[in-house]
Ligand binder design. Structure first.
Ligand code: BGC
Ligand code: BGC
Length: 846
């Protein structure tokens, strides 16, 4: 384990010697109690109860009907509700989910957003209520106003954490808030104050640090920046999310189970809430995860139903007097609930319910549950009191979206200098053997790697689209790639660019700059499953290949690694003289080159300032007993002379006998990608959840839409109009032999909506002319239309028919030759599944 000596000069260094689990003691300032807590602390919000506001709240509440109150507690998605419906149903809030824009237009302008917001507002003020209550719109502006075309995107929180600069975070919070108000929106679902303890979590990049004390400071700064004192046009309501333990789940499984002690929950995972509440945060979002106390075995269940935490801990003990919003369709995950009915969550303390689509049924059900006494009216009154209090505090009653100095102003979405500074500060120099950095400006540079000219890779998830996929550089008109920064630094003529590095052999250059890393993902889709390794090259062999190719040229290699988390990269570091963790820097790629290149004429232009806020792994298979390669707090400076040297390399295929190989669930799971084909033509389905794909365009043989089978927007509805194939492909192939030996089956959920008159085949492929198929027709025709079934077909069945299990390129393909329609999701290969009684089995060979 290496701990940089230089780190001793950083504020953060207190934490670099702190072992995990003692985050609360590593606090870095303020007059706070550093003793270990044994219970939820009483906190004082910087926004005190105001008797005048409270009196006004009571007056409005007294004037409201039950329908108006339940409407107030309802948050619908903009795709599912019109302004007219907002008026009619007294709706209290709308949101735009990730990748949801006015008129489903990815390029909607600031004026379009503002106009829609003004229409919702006007509708909310035009109800027949005695006192109309203005609507509040919430959005995931999680790294800048990140759903908006043309907006500046800041580094994700993982990078902001590494910068260790509280003032910077406060400025970013304030800038993001102004951008948000420009579009007429008043409420941001940020900051995420998760304390991520496992980099396998698909949301690790939304976390500032694995150290609770840092999360406390940064969460507080973010809230101060966003909310200000609600006195300025640029202030918005902030959200601390997701309460509680989202970063504590076993193996980093998104929405999973946190098995931690209460001491760890109150001293580590709750720290962000302490900071945010003291800074005056007005809303808290409940979390999808569940919690079982590792000491006592007490089960709290899913957080949305945990009254002792939402009401007991957060509202009563910590004194939170704002409101709790549920997460997207999260109520439907509670036992006995559906997406449109969940008295349990309301009784547990959820005040506003995010019911993106089923809001109408939710309102009807909830009114009935209050009338029957299942939900006490006092609970409803408390929820509405909290919502009205926040709306009054935020000044919503005195203003309208357009009546704001930033309203409609595209310049209010431009914070490029601030973001560029954030990028500079966030870079962590992990290796600089032989002092290659800073790079001289009089050199010829070979630039390689798939990340060199890619704003989508810089931006990561939650960027224009939910997953951050299905975008290109053209979707980012105000952005610079790292390649653009290199061209500016050394002059266009001194840059040779080759994404895959193939020109390395014959090129004329002095130094290589490789930009490699993870491709975008969000939420569960970014999880690394427990059987998998955290070796970057396992999921992205193309990056190792590029480095191997350029290393052969014998020139120094500087690698910039774009990732949402620390990953095992010993193999990549050995091929690089210098290695920089650049996280997910956002739109300002020139922030990277600002630091990489020396001043004209020599000398450091910008020093590396970043230090790790998460440990960097030394082994490919996570092992809590092994020391990290670089501890938190590590980060070199240009002049550091601490060679990393050659690191041992192990690249196992897997860490445990995989019990499952995920292929598709809500979105493609790398390295697999869903495709459509007819004849020789094919295309990727892609990640745009809002689009209907017709393929081939003009004369479609097949149509694909996103629908719900298990959770929202998790499935692909595929409609065959003519012969076509719907399949998943991994060009680098999988060896499924071990799965086959372990009674593995390929498995997926299906809902048939229109039967086929011709056979429907399930096939697996192992390259051109290699593969096998199984007839699914009989199985499918046994399923009632509209009902969900899990299909399991033994791998052995394909092997018998000639599949080469050692090199499976297509693990799942459905083909039909006549009209047929079905929704598919949760496609995977599962060990043991072939034995299950409900497996389709191996139909007789034709
Ligand atoms: C939405 C996201 C949301 C997610 C929840 C997506 O379809 O666009 O905003 O976070 O569903 O799983
Ligand atoms: C995410 C939240 C997000 C919400 C709305 C959920 O899936 O967990 O973080 O705020 O969707 O998009």
């Amino acid at each position: 384990m290496r701990v940089s000596l230089l780190c001793a000069s950083l504020l953060a260094c207190v934490s670099c010697v702190t072992t995990q689990g003692q985050g609360a003691q590593a606090s870095s300032g303020g007059n706070r109690n550093t003793a270990e807590l044994d219970d939820w602390p009483a906190l004082r919000s910087s926004i005190a109860l105001d008797p005048a506001i409270e009196a006004r709240v009571a007056e409005i509440l007294a004037s409201m009907t039950l329908a108006q109150k339940i409407g107030q507690m309802t948050q619908a998605e903009i795709k599912s509700i019109t302004p007219e419906q907002v008026r009619e149903h007294y709706i209290g809030s709308v949101l735009n989910g990730g990748g949801s824009w006015p008129d489903k237009n990815k390029h909607a302008s600031v004026a379009d957003w503002l106009a829609l917001s003004q229409r919702y507002h006007d509708a909310s003020m035009a109800t027949d209520a005695k006192v109309p209550v203005p609507i509040i719109w919430g959005t995931d502006a999680v790294h800048g106003h990140s759903n908006i075309y043309g907006a500046t995107m800041f580094p994700h929180n993982v990078g902001l954490g590494a910068a260790h600069d509280v003032g910077l975070i406060e400025q970013i919070g304030a800038a993001t808030a102004r951008s948000t108000r420009a579009t007429g929106i008043h409420w941001v679902f940020a900051p995420t104050v998760a304390v991520s303890r496992d980099a396998r979590w698909g949301r690790a990049y939304e976390s500032f640090s694995s150290d609770g004390a840092l999360v406390r400071d940064y969460g507080a700064a973010y809230v101060r920046g966003m909310q200000g004192a609600f006195r300025e046009d640029g202030n918005v309501v902030a959200t601390a999310k997701h309460f509680i333990g989202d970063g504590a789940t076993e193996n980093g499984k998104d929405q999973g189970l946190a098995r931690v002690t209460k001491a760890e929950m109150v001293n580590v995972h709750a720290q962000g809430y302490y900071g945010a509440i003291e800074a005056g945060v007005q809303t808290v979002m409940a979390s999808y995860n569940s919690w079982t106390d590792a000491d006592t075995g007490a089960e709290y269940g899913k957080m949305h139903g945990a009254g002792s935490l939402l009401t007991g801990a957060l509202k009563q003990k910590m004194g939170f007097d704002g409101f709790i919003v549920s997460d997207w369709n999260a109520i439907g995950q509670l036992p006995g609930c559906t997406n449109s009915s969940c008295p349990q969550a309301i009784n547990a303390g959820v005040d506003m319910i995010m019911v993106p689509d089923d809001w109408k049924a939710f309102i009807a059900n909830t009114i009935r549950q209050v009338e029957s006494g299942e939900i006490p009216l006092s609970r409803i009154d408390d929820a509405v009191t909290r919502i009205l209090r926040v709306k009054l505090r935020a000044g919503l009653f005195e203003t309208s979206p357009a009546a704001n100095r930033y309203a409609g102003d595209p310049d209010a979405l431009q914070h490029r200098d601030l973001a560029r500074r954030a990028v500079r500060e966030s870079l962590v120099l992990l290796k600089n053997d032989a002092g290659v950095l800073p790079l001289r400006r009089d050199q010829r540079v070979l630039v390689v790697g798939k990340g060199a000219d890619s704003v989508p890779m810089q931006a990561g998830g939650w960027s224009l689209t939910w997953q951050g996929t299905d975008t290109t550089n053209a979707d980012y008109p105000n952005a610079d790639t790292i390649l653009a920064g290199v061209r500016e630094a050394v002059g266009k003529d001194n840059v040779v660019y080759s994404a895959d590095g193939t020109t390395a052999v014959q090129g004329d250059f002095d130094v290589v700059l490789a930009v490699v890393g993870e491709t975008p993902y969000a939420e569960t889709n970014g999880d690394i499953v427990p059987s998998d390794t955290v070796a970057h090259s396992r999921r992205h062999p193309e990056d190792l290949a590029v480095l191997q190719r350029v290393a052969a040229a014998g020139k120094p290699v500087v690698t910039v690694f774009l990732s949402g988390r620390p990953l095992y990269t010993n193999d990549l570091m050995n091929l690089s003289q210098a290695f920089v963790a650049a996280w997910l820097p956002g739109t300002e790629g020139k922030g990277v080159t600002d630091v990489l290149f020396a001043k004209r004429g020599g000398g450091v232009a910008h020093e590396f300032r970043g230090a790790l806020t998460f440990p960097w792994p030394a082994v490919a298979c996570p092992d809590a007993k092994k020391a990290p390669l670089f501890a938190t707090g590590y980060g070199l400076r240009h002049g550091s002379r601490e060679p990393v040297g050659t690191l041992p390399v192990e690249l196992p295929q897997a860490c445990a006998a995989a019990s499952m190989l995920p292929i598709f669930k809500m979105a493609d799971i790398a390295p697999f990608a869903l495709h459509l084909a007819t004849g020789d033509a094919s295309r990727a389905v892609g990640a745009d959840l809002n689009r209907t794909i017709e393929f081939p365009a003009g004369k479609p043989a097949v149509r694909v839409q996103t629908v719900q089978v298990n959770t929202q927007q998790d499935a692909k509805q595929v409609t065959w109009l003519a012969p076509a194939r719907f399949y998943a492909i991994n060009p680098s192939r999988n060896n499924l032999a071990a799965f086959a030996r372990a009674d593995g089956a390929v498995q997926f959920d299906v809902v048939v909506s229109a039967r086929s008159k011709a056979p429907v085949m399930l096939s697996m492929g192992c390259g051109t002319g290699c593969g096998a198929e199984v007839d699914l027709t009989a199985a499918l025709s046994g399923y009632a239309l509209g009902s969900k079934h899990t299909v399991k077909v033994p791998l052995a069945c394909f092997a018998e028919r000639g599949l080469d299990l050692g090199g499976v390129e297509v693990p799942f393909a459905v083909s039909a030759s006549a009209p047929f329609s079905a929704a598919f999701t949760d496609i995977k290969v599962v060990a043991g599944s072939a034995k299950h009684a409900d497996a389709v089995g191996c139909p007789a060979k034709p």
